[in-house]
Design a protein around this ligand. Sequence first.
Ligand code: PBG
Length: 326
Amino acid sequence: MSFDRHRRLRSSAVMRDMVRETTVSKKDLIYPIFVIEKDDMKNEIPSMPGIFQLSLNLLHEELKAAYDLGIRAVMFFGIPNEKDACGTGAFIDEGIIQKATRLSKQLYPDMLVLADTCLCEYTDHGHCGVLDDHGEVINDETLPLLVQTAVSQARAGADIIAPSNMMDGFVQAIRAGLDAAGFYNIPIMSYGIKYASAFYGPFRDAAESTPKSGDRKSYQMDPANRLEAMRELESDIAEGADMMIVKPALSYLDIIRDVRNNSNLPIVAYNVSGEYAMTKAAAANGWIDEERIVMEQMISMKRAGADMIITYFAKDICGYINRGGY
Ligand code: PBG
């Protein structure tokens, strides 16, 4: 016989465990939470079962649930009471994210808080920066507002700044602003490879951040482009990014692999809202095995090269792991 016997290494569960190349563990997970600036609210997002817009006065329950399951990294998104043309709510010290960050650090000092640094949840037009008379986002005038946002988030106690608005030069500007404010030890996790994707639909309902007019194609990337992702990567490395996010994840696993092969930075896959919604909807219909599908998706992101995963499934996954399933 002159063929290879691959099945030798698949002969038992113990054997398969021993040769398994990729694992998912709790420390890989970052859990996003939506915080709303109104009291006593816990609104489930219709397209994202199990995910809520939560009031600050109820946030401790969700933080406790996450912490007790073993989650050690959370990311807050804010739904402010007031919006304006330049997104003031993003960078005031009494902003909803700043309050949520302070609360979280007070209750669970060892749980990392990641700050999504963007303006779209706080602007009345829903775009990620300030607009000119023609409705175009003005890159260079947006940068100082992002810097202010990042510095106020760091002042509130954020452990990692994750700028997501896709302005050119945002990593450099934020790095300089953080350093000048004394936050030279706060890392930047850049969402520099972020595609203009329909997979963000459920998030925009949750965060109430759909643009009032137009779309985000003049600043987020064209899903057809792969080399462009490498150009974004090169700029962000040169500008001082400490970690790199690829977003969305599942339709972009080739890009995650490209980043892995072209840099030495820790890589983060953002398993976005539409990916969550699709899986949950199919599972609710009984069409798929939710746990197995979720874990196969997570493994695929890690196998593609991701070190960490931002995912709305974080609590579910901890539950699976706690039951001894993985
Ligand atoms: C902020 C931001 C968005 C998401 C994360 N940060 C929305 C967008 O860019 O339109 C989407 C996340 C998701 O879909 O889960 N700009």
